[in-house]
Design a protein around this ligand. Structure first.
Ligand code: HEM
Length: 498
């Protein structure tokens, strides 16, 4: 087993650059391939080695398939990337439909991205307060000979909350940088938050104990040994190793609509409105999981005495709340991470296991429909943009404000990770025994094929029938997006030299 060369991995895979509260994403198109390659071969990219001491600025680079073509990367190298990356986020009508990019969110309406306006390169700039303007102007002039800046995705530091007002960035998969998880396809009986390195970095074994397909080239294509060698094929040059895929989607949020609609459903009662909002997300605005029955008085009195550690916001599963009485089955965090193991829960005995494996346990059948979570994790790196308004101010807004999330996530397999979560868990009108409802925060409410409605939201109750909200409007619209490859740093230099 070879060691992990953090100096070849872009920092975003290890760090969220949280101290870098200023950020912008520059979307570039190649105008002079030779000059563009020159800049890419020299530009200083922040690696994953350390974030201490915090550098004043950081820079990350990612490329689309169109970008590789425009730079003149040979087609056999490009052809080794995954099908969805090669086709692009909006490159296929079926994919567009599955991702929920229809109606208001259709690619034809996007501000950037889509077939005609696909960016070639994304330059992600992060800076400590006061350092962004200088960094951005320096980079824009340095790359001007090779590139046109076609779009600038600006960001707003909202102090750890997303535009609807909820604490964000709380739950993340923990990556097995030490490679402690055995390389084997073995059944996991319990949910674990630790993910195999290969789920997020190409060139290492994934949760199946396999190497995710990636471009691996004959060593003759890399005579200067710019590229690392492939762990599973030591005589080949691994263009994928230490890289990953970056998904960027600009998600416009209707903050005014969100709070005004919830307020009217709550009959104008503040406590009811907050409760409803927390049911949609699965967490309170301050980030507490509503699936957990917390001994709040004990926690409060312990922390009043000083020193009691705050409870881990991620130390829970939904096992003790199978019917969704505390946290609705369809809540955003329960859809995007059902925290399931490979089998539905049950006893440890052989018979119980057989019954569960064969799907004969009627209680488990509905829950069985949510796939094992460990194959569908994403590492979120999004940034907020636009005008921040409090929920209270949103109730009084006469007109919408322009705000939202530049959703970004990293994953080694876009189809099995981002696309699966987005289509099967967020957008599908059928999820885990629910029907006619998609994600209450993100769902596109355009009826599906055959006029299938997806604008309900079920609130199961322990002491009565399930309450169902109806006619939930759409709160999030897609305004742009693309799939990128975030290469290892040696792979970036190889692509620039090709
Ligand atoms: C405007 C769009 C979105 C908003 C406002 C939003 C909001 C939130 C909030 C408030 C949380 C809980 C806090 C946290 O754990 O960070 C969360 C968690 C999460 N979201 Fe989203 N989200 C959005 C889009 C998405 C998209 C597009 C995906 C994936 C395709 C996604 C996947 C997740 C995941 C995986 C979690 C963590 C669940 C867990 O492990 O508990 N979100 N989101």
């Amino acid at each position: 087993m070879s060691e992990v060369n953090l100096d070849d991995i872009q920092g975003l895979l290890r760090f969220g650059f949280k101290h870098h509260t200023e950020a912008v994403i520059l979307l570039l198109r190649v105008k002079d391939p030779a000059a563009a390659r020159r800049w890419l071969s020299e530009v200083e990219v922040t690696s994953a080695v350390t974030i201490q001491p915090v550098p004043p600025t950081a820079l990350q680079i990612a490329l689309t398939r169109a970008g590789m073509d425009a730079l003149g990367v040979s087609s056999d190298a490009v052809g080794g990337f995954s099908e969805e990356f090669l086709e692009g986020m909006a490159g296929d009508a079926n994919r567009t439909r599955r991702l929920g990019d229809v109606g208001e969110s259709a690619p034809e309406r996007w501000d950037w991205g889509g077939r005609e306006r696909e960016p070639h390169v994304a330059v992600l700039l992060y800076a400590m307060p006061g350092h962004l303007t200088g960094l951005q102007s320096g980079i824009e002039s340095a790359c001007a000979a090779g590139f046109d800046v076609v779009y600038r995705l600006s960001t707003t530091d909202m102090g750890g909350v997303e535009p609807f007002g909820f604490a964000d960035g709380l739950s993340q998969p923990q990556i097995d940088w030490e490679r402690a998880i055995p390389v084997a396809d073995q059944e996991e009986r319990a949910y674990r938050n630790l993910s195999c390195l290969g789920e997020f970095v190409l060139g290492y074994p994934n949760e199946y104990g396999l190497y995710t397909p990636r471009p691996v080239l004959d060593a003759s294509r890399d005579p200067q040994e710019l590229l690392p060698r492939a762990e599973d094929s030591p005589n080949s040059a691994d263009l994928g190793r230490n890289g990953t895929y970056l998904v960027i989607r600009q998600l416009r949020q209707d903050v005014r609509g969100f709070w005004q609609v919830l307020n009217s459903r709550a009959g104008g009662v503040d406590v009811e409105r907050e409760w409803l909002a927390s049911q949609l997300v699965g967490r309170t605005r301050s980030g507490e999981s509503i699936a957990v029955e917390r001994p709040t008085t004990a926690v409060a009195s312990a922390s009043a005495k000083g020193g009691a550690p705050a409870p881990d916001p991620n130390d829970f599963t939904f096992e003790s709340d199978p019917s969704g009485h505390r946290c609705p089955i369809g809540a955003h965090i329960r859809r995007t991470n059902p925290r399931t193991a490979d089998l539905p829960t049950g006893g440890a005995g052989l018979l119980s296991r057989l019954i569960r494996t064969l799907g004969l346990n009627p209680d488990a059948r509905a829950r069985d429909l949510a796939a094992s979570t460990r194959f569908h994790r994403v590492l979120r790196r999004g940034r907020e943009y636009g005008v921040q308004v409090t929920p209270e101010a949103a109730l009084r807004l006469p007109a919408p404000v322009d705000t939202g999330l530049h959703f970004m996530c990293l994953n080694a397999n876009i189809q099995r990770q981002f696309e699966f979560v987005q289509s099967a868990w967020i957008m599908s009108a059928h999820f885990n025994g629910l029907h006619n409802e998609s994600d209450p925060l993100l769902g596109n409410r355009t009826p599906g094929s055959g006029g299938l409605r997806c604008d309900y939201f079920s609130l199961p109750a322990a002491d009565g029938p399930t309450r169902r909200l109806e006619n939930l409007p759409q709160f999030v619209t897609v305004a742009g997006g693309a799939y990128f490859f975030l290469p290892g740093i040696r792979a970036l230099r190889w692509l620039a030299a090709e």
